[in-house]
Design a protein around this ligand. Structure first.
Ligand SMILES: [Zn+2]
Length: 375
């Protein structure tokens, strides 16, 4: 356990958050607040289309735009490659448009150039857009380390039309990530672990505001998740979809950064140590991790049932089979070992490798029960 060293509370968040239909079209308006030389790191799926549209609007507005396509994992080498390519251009603003990986790369690049940092998520699959950190991986997809920055993005620009049209699996995976926030916040509160605000300088005790946001994040996902999925499956933007975009992105982001991760993310990270770990999305692995964390915490059956039933309804995995994990002794130990490098120390009790193996198997059994595979 790592108690906070003193009782000082700390809070961090993006400076601005803008969410609505068609907002990416206003990018030039927003970036002009921060500078005229804009580097956009864009996911391959949107690269050609957005480069064409945005170049035109930047020319019309007398600003300079450089676009770079980003594919693959966020690794230290790839970040260097983007920095090298942008050196001559010397951007004043760096925008990451895409999934967590484009945004995490853009954040690293912005920090290197001391440029304004803007994230524009094209799906609501993680809480990467708001955070003052990037998650770096090894070339094989295994979780490597987190890169911390001194500030959060200056602006998070969420275009709900684009997000609602993304493959539904992303929005659902984001709900898995968002659903974990409250349980991990409560664990960090119980163990009085430091949050991630200026983490490299030690972090702080969490503000009550962060706990309230985490609780409301859970409530929003449980109440609106099913409705949002039905609408977004058809590419529609409704208020329920907007609520889930906000829960997955802003509430979950503010919640986790200002309180901390715990067991659910540890299990998720542990699964990335297996080659099959790359077959599932971050929030999908975390969803299974929630069930495991709740078992470790001896949570009530009602609570486990509420989470499990929600996961089954929206299609979040809660069994090893759905995560493509064979329950061999070797695999379970690999997950347990990998997971101990993450956030288990934020739980208010000691966690061992053997214990993790048992809760993974128990989580799988409970998951199978709620999926109707076991009586
Ligand atoms: Zn997460």
């Amino acid at each position: 356990m790592s108690y906070v060293e003193k009782t000082t509370r700390g809070w961090g968040s993006p400076s601005r958050y803008v969410q609505g239909p068609g907002e990416i079209e206003n990018l030039v308006k927003y970036t002009s607040i921060y500078g005229k030389k804009v580097l956009a790191v864009i996911d391959p799926f949107f690269f050609a289309d957005l480069t064409e549209k945005l170049t035109k609007s930047y020319e019309e507005n007398g600003a300079e735009l450089m676009t770079l396509e980003f594919t693959g994992e966020v690794t230290a080498e790839r970040i260097e490659t983007v920095v090298e390519k942008a050196k001559e251009f010397a951007p004043e603003v760096v925008v990451g448009i895409g999934g967590g990986k484009s945004m995490d790369t853009a954040k690293a690049v912005a920090s290197r150039f001391h440029a304004a940092m803007i994230t524009a998520p094209t799906s609501a699959s993680t809480d990467a857009p708001t955070a003052a950190l990037s998650v770096a991986y090894k070339e094989n997809g295994e979780h490597s380390h987190a890169i911390f920055y001194d500030k959060n993005p200056d602006l998070v620009l969420a275009d709900s039309t684009i997000i609602a049209k993304a493959p539904i699996r992303f929005l659902v995976s984001g709900m898995g990530d968002a659903l974990s926030t409250v349980f991990e916040a409560r664990a960090n509160d119980a163990s009085d672990t430091a949050n991630y605000i200026w983490f490299t300088h030690g972090g702080f005790r969490r503000c009550k505001s962060a706990l309230v946001i985490s609780e409301y994040c859970y409530e929003t996902v449980i109440k609106k998740g099913r409705l949002a999925k039905r609408a977004a499956e058809k590419g529609l933007v409704t208020e329920a979809v907007e609520d889930i975009i906000e829960a997955n992105t802003l509430m979950s982001g503010l919640g986790f950064e200002n309180t901390g991760c715990a067991g659910a993310h540890s299990i998720g990270d542990g699964i990335t140590a297996l080659p099959v770990g790359s077959k599932t999305l971050h929030g999908e692995k975390v969803a299974f991790g929630i069930i495991c964390q709740l078992i470790a915490e001896d949570a009530s059956e009602e609570l486990i049932e509420e989470v499990a039933k929600f996961c089954v309804d929206v299609g979040l995995p809660i069994t090893l089979e759905e995560l493509f994990v064979e329950p061999t002794e070797e695999n379970l130990q690999t997950i347990a070992k990998g997971s101990l490098n993450s956030f288990w120390s934020a739980e208010p009790f000691n966690v061992t490798e053997d214990m993790i193996v048992d809760i993974i198997l128990a989580g799988d059994a409970i998951g199978r029960y709620y999926k109707g595979l076991e009586k």
